[in-house]
Each structure stands twice: as C-alpha cells, then as structure tokens.
Design a protein around this ligand. Structure first.
Ligand SMILES: Nc1nc2c(ncn2[C@@H]2O[C@H](COP(=O)(O)OP(=O)(O)O)[C@@H](O)[C@H]2O)c(=O)[nH]1
Ligand SMILES: [Mg+2]
Length: 261
C-alpha cells in the first residue's frame, strides 16, 4: 500500500500574515489549500484591509474549511499595506510561534519559497530575518515588467545607500522573522509611509539593541534569491504611488542621515 507522507512536523511553527485589499480575484486559494495540507505547521493570518469586494466572504470560507490553518483579522477601513501588515504582525507575534512573516496575497512569490526561507533560518541561529530577493539569474524565473524592474533597481539602490546596508531588494513582499522579544519593537509604532515601510522596517531592525554574543544587526539578515517570482496582473501600485514612494524614500533618507551617529 502506498504510504501517505507525514508533514506534520516537517517545518517549525510559523505564522504568515497576508495583507488583503480587494483580493477576491487575485488570492490563489487552491495553492493555499495544497500548501496547508503539506505544511500544517505554517498558519496564515489574513488581514482584510477594508475590502469592498467579496474578499471577506472568500477569507471566511477559507477559514471555515481549515480553521487550524487559516485565520482572518478584519480592519474597519482601508489603512494601506503597511498598517495592515503591522496589525497582522502584532497579532501573529502575540500568538508566540517560532517564526512570523508576511507574504503578498497574489503569491507573486510562490509558497514553495516558504520552506526554503525557514530552512535558511534554521541553519543558523544568528539569522533573525530572511527576505526574498528578485535577482534574475540563469535558471531562475523572475518575470517583471521592464519599467518596474528598472524603477525598482533605482529605488532599491537608493534604499540601500540610505540604510548603509548592501541589500539588493528591499521591496519584495516575502519576508520572514525569528520571533524574539526585540522583534515587537519593529512593529510597535505605525510606519510613516504606505509604500516605503519595508525600508523603514529594515531601518528599525538595524537599530535594535544587540546582546554581547550577537553579531551586528546587519549580519542577522539574509537575502534569499527567489527561484521564481511572477508579476501578477492587477497591481495596485499606480504612477502616483510610485511618485509618492520616491518622495517618501527621500524623506526617510534625510531622517536617517540627520540622526546623530
Ligand atoms: N492590506 C493591503 N494590502 C495591500 C494593499 N495594496 C497592496 N497590498 C498587498 O500588497 C501585495 C502587492 O501589491 P500589488 O498591488 O500586487 O503590487 P505589486 O506586486 O508591487 O505590483 C498584494 O498582493 C497585497 O497583499 C492595500 O491597500 N492594503
Ligand atoms: Mg503583485
């Protein structure tokens, strides 16, 4: 008789926050269903950010099929991705898993990357943050529109210079964190920017105090080049948002530079 693989203990306990705003047509529920069967230790906490399409009922029905894997937090009105993630991460951290993270609802970063991220974290106890990086290399499938790619590269380079950190891709919507007492501080206060919060988040993480036996914060972050990333249609980032993001990044860069060293 064919044996059924037992995945119940294959990965450590992890909660992934998925920010959702009008995602009725973009949330790949089939992939989520398959993944939760394969990896029951990974839970999903969807944050419905004041959607006005059928997102809430879609999330409720997901939750009803597997309440042990799927949960929903609802925000009264649309507060933007940064605040939705912040609310979700606070709730996720309070549930005390070993790892927490956030993941874009359109699964541009496929869920296959979750075990890779977790394994990377488990290999080295000094690592506290693993972030996805969209690097086009031979043998990898990173499909981004050319304009988004080049604008993204300019943005990422400026973000890296502002932070003083050789990070390649600050903006990928797939990030994982080890749950530590210090991590809560990163999500304590609202982010100043709706679109540049990933950079703010890195800045906050880099400034967390370290214990005597810990490496500097910059060395606790690992970027994992993604095997696959797909530009899913229906992006909510318009031209005005790109301009706003550029402006917010400049403001953040000045704030960082103005700080006493
Ligand atoms: N909560 C919340 N999440 C959002 C909002 N806009 C985007 N997102 C999330 O951010 C992800 C990426 O946004 P998307 O519109 O696909 O932008 P792109 O991938 O950068 O083109 C989505 O899959 C959502 O998870 C928003 O207004 N509120
Ligand atoms: Mg997208």
């Amino acid at each position: 008789m064919e044996s059924v693989p037992d995945h119940s203990t294959d990965l450590p306990k992890c909660i992934l926050v998925v920010p959702c705003y009008n995602e009725e047509k973009r949330l790949p529920t089939g992939s989520l269903e398959i993944f939760r069967h394969q990896h029951p230790n990974v839970k999903f906490l969807f944050v419905n950010d004041g959607s006005h399409d059928g997102t809430q009922s879609l999330l409720e029905s997901l939750k009803n099929t597997a309440p042990e894997s799927f949960d929903v937090v609802m925000l009264d009105r649309n507060r933007g991705k940064a605040e939705a993630i912040r609310c979700g991460m606070r709730e996720a951290i309070a549930r005390k898993p070993v790892y927490v993270g956030f993941w874009d609802a359109d699964l541009s970063t496929p869920l296959d990357e979750v075990p890779r991220f977790l394994q990377r974290m488990q290999q080295d106890s000094n690592i506290e943050m693993v972030i996805g990086s969209r690097v086009q290399l031979l043998g990898r499938e990173i499909s981004r529109r050319l304009t988004r790619h080049y604008l993204g590269r300019i943005f990422a380079t400026l973000a890296s210079l502002s932070l003083g950190l050789p990070v390649y891709d600050t903006q990928c919507g797939a990030k994982l964190f080890r749950v530590t007492p210090a991590l809560s501080e990163v999500f304590d206060k609202p982010f100043a920017s709706r679109w540049v919060f990933d950079v703010e988040l890195l800045d906050r993480f880099l400034r967390l105090p370290i214990a005597a036996d810990q490496p500097p914060r910059g060395q606790q972050i690992v970027e994992v080049p993604l095997q696959k990333w797909t530009d899913v249609a229906g992006s909510k980032l318009g031209t005005l948002d790109c301009l706003q993001a550029a402006f917010d990044l400049l403001r953040l860069a000045f704030r960082i530079r103005a700080r006493p060293r």
